[in-house]
Design a protein around this ligand. Structure first.
Ligand code: NI
Length: 190
């Protein structure tokens, strides 16, 4: 399985809107290969998710998976999910500030995300899904779907003073964030 190069901020490819995948193409070898490479690349980088845009493939496909992730130890688990043509609809106005990172951006920062969303997508077999996602998992979905529109989390950081490198985050902000977000996860259950 090929691990692909992950594009980083400044690469114009990250700013392109990805195209919908034609239902008839989902079973094709090129689409299935992109899915396999997304999974391999996400796992190699210890990411919680990866969008096709990030490997320079401009199709609306994202993968997500959270097990015991050393990069995001506070995140509730997400089974391996392949989302083709995902569409998100907020269910209400509730929001939470999540300190996010991204494999394409060498910084972390606080982003306001919807807490309760409905997601519609196709899996790699072309099966339709219509599900509710909450909390940090909902945040991950919003982050990955943003990539497919050429949007990076850093575009949504309202307070630039929350930006930090991973090292500075670990030294100065990690403990307070984990305390706050763990209480949130316990309240929300995801
Ligand atoms: Ni990202």
């Amino acid at each position: 399985m090929t691990v692909r190069t992950i594009l980083t901020i400044g690469d114009p490819e990250l700013r392109r809107r990805a195209e919908e995948v034609d239902l008839a193409q989902i079973a094709s070898a090129p689409v299935q290969r992109i899915i396999d490479e997304l999974i391999a690349t996400m796992r190699d980088a210890n990411g919680a998710g990866l969008a096709a845009t990030q490997i320079g493939e401009h199709v609306r496909i994202a993968v997500m998976e959270v097990g015991n992730n050393p990069r995001y130890p506070y995140k509730p688990k997400i089974p391996l999910t392949i989302a083709i043509n995902p569409v998100i609809e907020p269910l209400d106005d509730e929001r939470v500030e999540i300190n996010e990172g991204c494999l394409s951006v060498p910084l972390r920062g606080d982003v306001s995300r919807y807490v309760n969303i409905r997601v519609k997508y196709l899996d790699r077999d072309g099966v339709e899904h219509d599900e509710v996602k909450r909390g940090l998992t909902a945040g991950t979905w919003q982050h990955e779907c943003d990539h497919l529109d050429g949007v990076l989390f850093i575009d949504r950081v309202a307070d630039p003073t929350t930006l930090s490198t991973w090292d500075e985050f670990n030294e100065h902000h990690r403990d307070a964030f984990i305390e706050r977000i763990t209480a949130f996860v316990e309240r929300i259950g995801s």
